[in-house]
Each structure stands twice: as C-alpha cells, then as structure tokens.
Ligand binder design. Structure first.
Ligand code: F6R
Length: 614
C-alpha cells in the first residue's frame, strides 16, 4: 500500500530514491513521484502516472540535482491513478512537499475547513489535505516545521507514514508514523527513511523501527532525533539487519514469483533450522517453550489472518485440533475486529501475516490483547509491527518475498503452524511418541520432496498452455487439502485474472456442480490420504458432467490417473503435511498461465503486497 523513501546525505538523492522506489514498487505501482531539494533550498517535484520506469522517463529532461529528497510509489485509495494524484504533494505556497502511506480518515472534514480558509486543492487525495493542514498550522501558530507536524497530526484520524521536506531547508527531512510502517536507516553521515528496509540495505544495515506516533527529525551531519507527537523525546535501539542484497534481486529468474517458488526447499530448511531435530526427536520453538503454560492451558485457539495467510490459518485449525486437541476458530481479521467477538483471557490468539503490517490483523490483535488473551504472531518480516505488538511469536525466516502473490511465505507459515502443533502436542502429551517421531522424520523430508515436485516444472508449463484461455476454474480438495484448493484458486485469480473458486470437494453437489460443463477446468487434489476414496467419487461426479479434470495425485496413484484428463504427481507424505506439497504444482500452474497471458506476474493489477489500510 504505497512505498515511501527519503534520503539526506552527501550523495545525489535522485538515483538512490529511484532505485529505492523500484525495490518498493511491490507495495504499489500505479503512479510515482519524487521531490528534490538542492543545496540552495530549491524544491522540485516530478510525478508520473504508471510505473517507476515511467517516472524515470519523465525525469530524463529534468533537473534532478539535490542531496536530499523524498519519493513515493502509489497504490490509489483516494482518487484515481493520475499525475495529479501521485505523491509528493505540495502545500498551498509550494513550500512543503509531503509523501504519505496510509489513509487520513477525517480528510473530508479537514478539507472543508481548509477550503473555507482559502486553501486550494489540486488532487482528490487525502494526502494533499495533510500537507495543507501542516502549512496552515505552521503559519497560524508561527511555529517550526516539526511543531506544525506535531500539531497537525494531533488533528488527524487514520493511518500514516509520512515524510516532509521544506523549501529553503536543504538539510532537514521529517518523518512520522502511525499504523503504517516506517524504518529509519543510519548510514555514515547519511540517513534514509523508507516503508521497509529493502531500499536501505544496500547502504546500511543499521536501522531504527519507528513506533506509532513517533516523529524522526533527520538533519544533515547530526544524529536523528525522535520525538512523539506529544513532544516527548525517545531513545530507540539501532538494530543490525541480516538481510542481504541478493535476496532482493531476481537471481537469473524471469520473475520474483518463480524465484520464490523455486526457493521453497531452501526456505523451508531455513525455517526448520535449529527448531526441528530428528536425532533428538524434538521440535523447539522458543516462543512456545517460553509460554508453554499459556498453550497447554488454552481453552481455545483463535487464528486471525487475511488472504493467503488466512488459508494457512485454516490448515492450522486442522493441525491444532488433530495434534493438540484444542478447539480452534479461524477468522478473517477484518470481520473479527468489528463483530464484538467473545475473547477470554485463557484464549490463545495466533496472528498470521507475511508482511506483519496488515492493518486489519493489527487492529484484531489490539482487540484480543484488550480482552486479556495471549497473542502469538507468525510473521516473515523481522521487526514489523505484528511481531512488535504481540506477546510472543515465531518468524518464518524465508527472506524478503517480493512477488505480490505469496508463495514461499505461505509454505513457511504452514511449516511454522506444523512445528507449533507438534511442540504443543509434546507439552500436552496428546501425541504418542512413536507418532511424534514419524511426523518429525516426515517433516524433515518435505524440502527434498518439494525439490522433486519442482522437477515437474516443464510438464506443468506444458499443461498451462492447454488452459491459458479458460475463463473460469474450479479447485477442489478435502480435509487438509481443502484450504489448498482455496489458495490455488486465489493464486490463479491474482496473477492471471481468471475467475477461479475453491470448494471442499463434497460441497460441489450442493450447488456449484451446476457450473460444470466441458468448458470448465476443475483442479482436484486427490492425493493418497484419508480422503482419497471420497475425492475419487467427487471426481467421478465431475467427469459424468463432462468437466475437464486436472488432478494432483500421489506418485503411487493408479485410480485417478485412469479418470482424470491430466495428472500432476507429488510424493506421498503424511495427510497433515500434504498441503506443503500439493500447493507447489498449483503455484506453478498459476504462474505459467499468467505468463502465457502476458500478465505482470510480480505486480498484478490493483494489488499491493502490504495491505496497510483497512
Ligand atoms: C495473496 C496475498 C494476500 C496476503 C494478504 C495478507 O497472495 O499475498 O492475500 O496473504 O494480503 O497479507 P499478510 O500475510 O502480509 O498479512
């Protein structure tokens, strides 16, 4: 949801800002802009509808000199993608330039007040209201920029990460945040602010994660100062990040998504490292061990998430109920937060999020905490808001996921949920030791099994040619594979723009079967597990109505191979770990269909990686 970056230092700002925007483009990509302040304090803003590359083209003939600047890549909320709605926005006098990620909820009221004071607005954005408000407050009260920002933010309802620079002041940038992420990078006599560390890491790994309602005053040649909106000075710890530049590049793959699909054997090994120990017959997640009483005594687990992470949560429900015998509810964070839910102090809430910044999940976490529940986060991004706002948690450790459609983060979420379930089951003694060891050995073998599935990439690519022009798809699965069907359908929708729905296979006959005809491809997950026979019956029902079936089957399968039109094989595993394998061919199928359709696989239309608005 919009990426922001700012720079103050000794180098030319423009190349750093544009490179940073490319790294942040996954957050939003409908328009982009940059504001530069040169050494005599002149302020220039350039903006372009489209991608960051369109901004670069536009700027070729422009004066981009300046060692301080701010830049933005947008995911439209208020006002269509256009040059005028792109950020940065000027204030009325054009003395201030501001970029913003988030939503100013009371912008309409503030705008009306400013219109009455004679302010004019060029754009339809909520952001322009904020920069005008800051200028208005500054002039009215004859205060400096920082005080004006504090006073203005005091009037704002909503979420923001902002950066502001001022004409005539080439040495100072001010940034602030509430409910939208903001990282401050501390280099050698140069400073960065950004929505995440990806554009900073090339220059420094020393960062400070700003907290809600904090303001960073970044002055050339001085250490940044952090104050709150209420003007209380804060000391924040500088964190050394371990991220590497290679993780942010495509490494020879045509798309980040394909790279991330192929990284999964390694990312899952990384995620298990130091946690799963087959020799010692043990799974150790420190977040669970340190809080084992909470988990052992939990009367209920509530899993909160959105999108793909919610699908992981559904599989978590099966895992916790089977292994730990704890009742589980899985909720969309966006519904949970507004429905006055019953939450008890002996509930354990698990929030699942790749980005750790999803606005609805953050709000749902706050609600759960207010009711006294213990909140555990599963997150990929180190230092993100969710790990900082939960009582404990586990990182998925898969490195940055840049493709907008989640792949490696999803499988790592499944792995963490599996390890959690095993760890809690051991503490609760709800699994016998023999079964525990068998599961552990199987979990350890999953990365190698994924490697063998990835070896089918060419076959899946060929298969994708047959289905590129389908208008609809149905995905079916049962048991542990039902959420995989949902996830397979979501992946296809997101990147190919083909309409797809996932169902529990047995639900077909309760309505959706009316959709089946010879035009309808049905992806059925029919691996050799406890639901195998049942899924075969469901496939027969589809075939009897001329549906075209692509089945994901186990390597040893003989029956489904004789019924389905096409099959993709996966190795055999325990039922509970099937999703870790069956997900992979569905990721590849979506990817190849999207590539055939010439879609922008890594940045599909209308989407953004990190959903920081509700
Ligand atoms: C789909 C996808 C989204 C996210 C959802 C939640 O590929 O990535 O559905 O899963 O927006 O995001 P996180 O996991 O960051 O909370």
């Amino acid at each position: 949801m919009c990426g922001i970056i700012g720079y103050v230092g000794g180098r030319e700002a423009y190349p750093i800002l544009v490179k940073g925007l490319h790294r942040l483009e996954y957050r939003g990509y409908d328009s982009a802009g940059v504001a530069l302040c040169n050494s005599i304090g002149e302020l220039n803003i350039y903006k372009a509808k489209g991608r960051v590359s369109d901004l670069e083209d536009f700027c070729k003939s422009k004066d981009t000199v300046g060692t301080m600047g701010i830049a933005h890549t947008r995911w439209a909320t208020h006002g269509e993608p256009s040059n005028v709605n792109a950020h940065p926005h000027y204030s009325e006098s054009e003395n201030l330039a501001l970029i913003h990620n988030g939503i100013i909820e009371n912008y309409a009221v503030l705008k009306e007040q400013l219109l009455q004071k004679g302010y004019h607005f060029q754009s339809s954005t909520d952001t322009e209201v904020l920069v005008q408000l800051i200028e208005y407050v500054k002039e009215l009260n004859h205060v400096d920029l920082c005080t004006a920002i504090q006073l203005a933010l005091g009037q704002v309802v909503g979420a923001y990460a902002i950066a502001v620079i001022e004409k005539g002041n080439p040495d100072m940038m001010i940034a602030a945040r509430k409910s939208s992420p903001l990282v401050l990078g501390i280099g050698r006599d140069e400073f960065f602010i950004a929505s995440d560390a990806s554009p900073i890491i090339e220059y420094t790994n020393r960062v400070i994660f700003l907290e809600d309602e904090e303001i960073a005053i970044v002055r050339r040649h001085e250490q940044p100062k952090i104050v709150t909106i209420g003007n209380v000075e804060k000391t924040r710890e500088i964190i050394q990040l371990e991220m590497s530049l290679g993780q942010l590049e495509k490494g020879g793959y045509p798309h980040f998504m394909l790279k991330e699909i192929f990284e999964q054997p390694r990312t899952l090994r990384d995620c298990m490292r130091g946690r799963v120990n087959v020799e010692c017959n043990n799974v150790v997640l420190s977040g669970i061990i340190d809080n084992k009483e909470r988990f052992v005594n939990a009367k209920r687990i509530i899993i909160l998430a959105c999108g793909t992470s919610w699908h992981a949560g559904l599989i978590g429900e099966y895992l916790f109920e089977e292994f730990c015998r704890i009742p589980v509810e899985v909720e969309y964070s966006s519904e949970f937060r507004y429905r006055n839910p019953l939450i008890y102090p002996d509930d354990v809430v698990i929030a699942v999020s790749q980005s750790g910044e999803t606005a609805d999940t953050l709000a749902a976490i706050e609600l759960a905490k207010e009711s006294g529940a213990f909140v555990y986060g599963i997150c990929n991004v180190v230092g993100a808001s969710i790990p900082r706002n939960t009582h404990s948690g586990s990182y998925t450790h898969v490195g940055p996921e840049i493709g907008v459609a989640s792949t490696k983060a999803f499988t790592a979420q499944l792995l963490v949920l599996s390890m959690m379930a095993l760890c809690i089951a051991r503490e609760k003694k709800t699994l016998d030791e023999k079964r525990f060891l068998k599961l552990l050995i199987e979990l350890d073998a999953i990365p190698a099994k994924i490697e063998s599935i990835l070896g089918n990439n060419d076959l899946i690519q060929n298969l994708s040619n047959t289905f590129t022009y389908a208008h609809n798809f149905i995905y079916l699965g049962r048991g542990y594979n039902y959420p995989v069907a949902l996830e397979g359908a979501l992946k296809l929708k997101e990147i190919s723009y083909i309409h797809a729905e996932g169902y529990p296979a047995a639900e077909m006959k309760h309505g959706p079967i009316a959709l089946i005809d010879s035009e309808m491809p049905v992806v059925a997950i029919a691996t050799d597990n406890g639901m195998y026979e049942k899924v075969i019956s469901n496939i027969q029902e589809i075939k009897a109505r001329n549906g075209r079936v692509i089945a994901v089957v186990s390597e040893n399968d003989t029956v489904v191979k004789g019924i389905a039109d096409y099959v993709i094989e996966v190795p055999v595993t325990e039922d509970c770990f099937d999703p870790l394998l069956t997900t992979i061919p569905l990721q590849l199928l979506s990817y190849h269909i999207a590539v055939n359709k010439r879609r922008d696989v890594d940045m599909p239309r209308n989407l953004a990686k990190s959903v920081t608005v509700e």
